[in-house]
Design a protein around this ligand. Structure first.
Ligand code: IPE
Ligand code: IPE
Ligand code: MG
Length: 256
C-alpha cells in the first residue's frame, strides 16, 4: 500500500466545455427576436475565446448546435447557420492572429454546403496554429456520437481491421469525435439550467460542473473568471480519498 500523495490538482483547466445557453431568453427579455440573442451570443464567444487563451486553457469546446436543435423553427435554424458562416468569415483572421486552431465535433456532413465550405476554409487556415484549440460542437449529440463509435468499431471488426472481439476504454475513445482531445476538466452551463442536454456524456465522467445563472450573451469575462476561481478551489478525487491527494483542501462539511 502506497502512502505517496497523488497530485491531481490543476489550477487552470486544460479543457473547458461550455453549454452556451439562454440566447433566446436574453432576447425575449429585451423584446427582441430570438435570433438577436444568437447574434449577441456570438460576441460572447469572441470574448471567451480570447479570455481562455489568456488564462492558459488549451482546449475550449463550445456547444453551438445540437442534434435536437434541428427541431426548432426553420427560420431560427437558418439564422444560426447564417450566423456561423458570417462569424467564421469575419473572425478567422483574428483566430489566426491569436494562434487559435479551429476544430469541430459532430456530424457536419448534414450542414448546408455554405456552412461546410466556411468551416473547411477556417479549419484549413488555422490548422498549423499551436495555441488554444477551439472545438465547435455542431450537429453534435452525445448519444449519436456513442452509437457512431460502436457502429464504426463493429464495422472495423467485420472488415478485420481490429482483431479483438471486445473493446476497452482506450480503443473506444479512438472512435469518438474527441479522439486525441483530453476530457473536459470543467463544464460550464449558462442561463441557470442544470442539465447536460446530450453533451459529451462519456467525456464528462469526471469533469467539474459550474452553473452560471446569467444567460450566455451576459456571460462576461468577470463571470468567466468566477468560474475559473471556483474550479481552482475544487478538490478533484477521481475515486481516491481526500487523504491520498496532494494539496487536499477538504472543506468543513455542513449537515444536510
Ligand atoms: C443556446 O441558447 C443556443 C442554442 C441552443 C443554439 P437558446 O437558443 O437555447 O436560448 P434559450 O434557452 O431558449 O433561452
Ligand atoms: C443545449 O441547449 C444545446 C446548445 C447549447 C447548442 P438547449 O437549449 O438546446 O438545451 P435544452 O433543450 O434546454 O435542454
Ligand atoms: Mg436553451
Amino acid at each position: 500500500m502506497t502512502t505517496d500523495k497523488i497530485n491531481i490538482s490543476h489550477s487552470v483547466p486544460q479543457h473547458i466545455a461550455i453549454i452556451m445557453d439562454g440566447n433566446g431568453r436574453w432576447a425575449k427579455a429585451r423584446g427582441l427576436d430570438r435570433t438577436e440573442g444568437h447574434k449577441q451570443g456570438a460576441e460572447t464567444v469572441k470574448s471567451i475565446v480570447k479570455a481562455s487563451g489568456k488564462a492558459g486553457v488549451k482546449y475550449l469546446t463550445l456547444f453551438a448546435f445540437s442534434t435536437e436543435n434541428w427541431k426548432r423553427p426553420q427560420y431560427e435554424v437558418d439564422a444560426i447557420m447564417n450566423l456561423l458562416v458570417y462569424m467564421l468569415e469575419r473572425e478567422t483572421p483574428e483566430l489566426n492572429k491569436n494562434n487559435v486552431k479551429l476544430m469541430t465535433i459532430g456530424d457536419i456532413s448534414q450542414l448546408e454546403d455554405k456552412a461546410k465550405a466556411s468551416l473547411k476554409k477556417s479549419i484549413d487556415t488555422t490548422s498549423n496554429n499551436s495555441g488554444l484549440t477551439l472545438i465547435i460542437a455542431l450537429n453534435y449529440g452525445s448519444r449519436a456520437e456513442l452509437l457512431r463509435a460502436i457502429n464504426n468499431w463493429a464495422n472495423d471488426v467485420t472488415a478485420g481491421k481490429v482483431l479483438q472481439k471486445s473493446i476497452d476504454e482506450k480503443t473506444f475513445e479512438k472512435y469518438l469525435y474527441t479522439h486525441n482531445i483530453p476530457d473536459p476538466d470543467l463544464l460550464i452551463r449558462t442561463s441557470g439550467e442544470q442539465r447536460i442536454s446530450n453533451f459529451l456524456l462519456w467525456q464528462l465522467a469526471y469533469s467539474e460542473f459550474y452553473f452560471a445563472s446569467c444567460t450566455w450573451p451576459d456571460f462576461s469575462d468577470e463571470e468567466f473568471s468566477k468560474a475559473l476561481s471556483t474550479f481552482a478551489a475544487r478538490e478533484r478525487r477521481f475515486g481516491l480519498t481526500g487523504e491520498q491527494i496532494e494539496k487536499n483542501n477538504d472543506k468543513p462539511i455542513s449537515s444536510c
